[in-house]
Write a protein that binds this ligand. Sequence first.
Ligand code: SAM
Ligand code: SF4
Length: 333
Amino acid sequence: MIDPFGRSITYLRVSVTDRCDLRCVYCMSEDMTFLPKPDVLTLEELDRLCAAFIRLGTDKIRITGGEPLVRREVMTLFRSLGARLGNHTANGGLRELTLTTNGSQLTRFAGDLAAAGVGRVNVSLDTLDPAVFASITRWGKLEKTLDGIFAAKAAGLAVKINAVALKGVNEHEFDRLLAWCGEHGFDLCLIETMPLGDIEGQRSDQYLPLSQVRARLRKNWRLEDTDYQTGGPARYFTVAETGGRIGFITPMTHNFCESCNRVRLTCTGTLYMCLGQDDAADFRPLLRGGASDDEIDAAIVSAIGRKPKGHDFVIDRRDEAPSVSRHMSVTGG
Ligand code: SAM
Ligand code: SF4
């Protein structure tokens, strides 16, 4: 699938639930309202849409949320998508199945994920300090997430740690986080906060440009240029001292839209062609109205034909309304 700007769309991110067992301050408000269950696609419906994307050339699927591992029976979706792995040829098939998780359920699921064919997981971990972890996630326990991370490692999954950079919260911890990741063989990816959805508090208070973080890290670490790519927006460096990698995702300071290869499906069957724009295509009426596979394929191709050139995120002190009203947990981070 080629979009109007000549970008090849090969990567689908699927949010399987908007629910979560944590309430991270930059992601949700504490009294977040979730979607009514009947609005949410069944796992079979999600699987059918994923199959259509694979038919049309998608070779990488990331399962996300909300917290994907709190969705009941979610492993059935992993197993059925995993069964489509390994058939990748120049003509199609799924090459990679992966997930983004807060790690809280990984002790339970790491083995099943590996058995289903997942090879890599991204785990969100913004801090190694238990008190800071509790204050960022509101409901989380650091120990549970760390146990999950080590369960994933033990199950043979490659782990990448994602940390959102938060001004005055975890900004002095990145040296420690980088050393810890190096010690355990995890890549680290730092992310700028994006203005998605209403939260309690002001986003401009949280926002920390990664250009500053990188300059500070360079005082203690040799970050060497690399052309390593994961098919995502991160710019990676090799850390000479650990041999590990650090990536920076900088939607606010550097726009990465020109190489965008992805679209995002929500758990209600809405396809967003851009994380930072409101245009979308709704597949639920098609699925529930008895559409054929050909009709679904045609609707996907038509949606890709509307993919916009890029986002226009701004964090403006004078205007605290989010650039995009839906939360990251809805579109899938
Ligand atoms: N619950 C899972 C997790 O936390 O990894 C998956 C979904 S979460 C929405 C995916 C990623 O989005 C996490 O790494 C989270 O830190 C990040 N995230 C959430 N809200 C964000 C925001 N407003 N700006 C930047 N990153 C955000
Ligand atoms: Fe939940 Fe992930 Fe959002 Fe945190 S970032 S509240 S873990 S969905």
